[in-house]
Design a protein around this ligand. Structure first.
Ligand SMILES: CC(C)(COP(=O)(O)OP(=O)(O)OC[C@H]1O[C@@H](n2cnc3c(N)ncnc32)[C@H](O)[C@@H]1OP(=O)(O)O)[C@@H](O)C(=O)NCCC(=O)NCCS
Length: 160
């Protein structure tokens, strides 16, 4: 998805800040950040009905559609998938977007990543053992940050 210059600038600031925080931290294999503007996501969802099926798993779609602000939720998940690709140095659409899935802990609401098929193979080839994912969204933008960790970097991290 495209982004405005302002969004790109915000994204660049976030990426530099996150990279600075993690500089020299052992076990970090990759880091990705992405920002999605909600009006763009709303337009794509409306104009291209197949987009949601191409990008989101049935469980993700079910979760987003059940909320009162589905566009925010879809945008956040799209940002998470793009951030994950960036953490692996892969381009958009280089693996099926449905092979990167955002799941939520039912109790806490905390999101995490589960990779399937091509995305899981790419992660494994890069020595990625686990992921951390953080998401935030407002009525204007959604932002996600994905952190790829090597084996033993963080035993408490969820695998995926
Ligand atoms: C985490 C929390 C502070 C985020 O509040 P917020 O500022 O309104 O949320 P944001 O808009 O910035 O981000 C929303 C995203 O945060 C993520 N999130 C939700 N709960 C989370 C948690 N416990 N930890 C980490 N991330 C969380 C989700 O991905 C959510 O988006 P989604 O629902 O579309 O998946 C709030 O949800 C909270 O306090 N949750 C309860 C925490 C908890 O641990 N509860 C356990 C039972 S006591």
């Amino acid at each position: 998805m495209g982004a405005t210059d302002a969004a790109r600038a915000d994204e660049a600031v976030l990426a530099v800040a996150a990279a600075g925080l993690l500089e020299g931290v052992a076990g970090v294999v990759g880091l990705g950040v992405d920002l999605v503007e909600l009006d763009r996501m709303a337009t794509v969802l409306e104009r291209t009905p197949r987009f949601a099926d191409r990008v989101f798993t049935p469980a993700e779609t079910e979760y987003c559609r059940a909320r009162r602000d589905p566009t925010e939720r879809f945008a956040a998940r799209f940002a998470a998938k793009e951030a994950t690709l960036k953490a692996m140095g892969l381009g958009l659409w280089s693996v099926p977007m449905t092979s990167i899935e955002v799941v939520r802990d039912d109790e806490s609401g905390q999101p995490s990543l589960v990779l399937h098929d091509a995305a899981a193979a790419a992660a494994s080839a890069q020595g990625i053992a686990s992921w951390r994912l953080t998401i935030t969204h407002t009525d204007r933008v959604a932002v996600a940050l994905a952190l790829a960790l090597g084996p033993g970097a963080d035993p408490g991290a969820s695998s995926g």
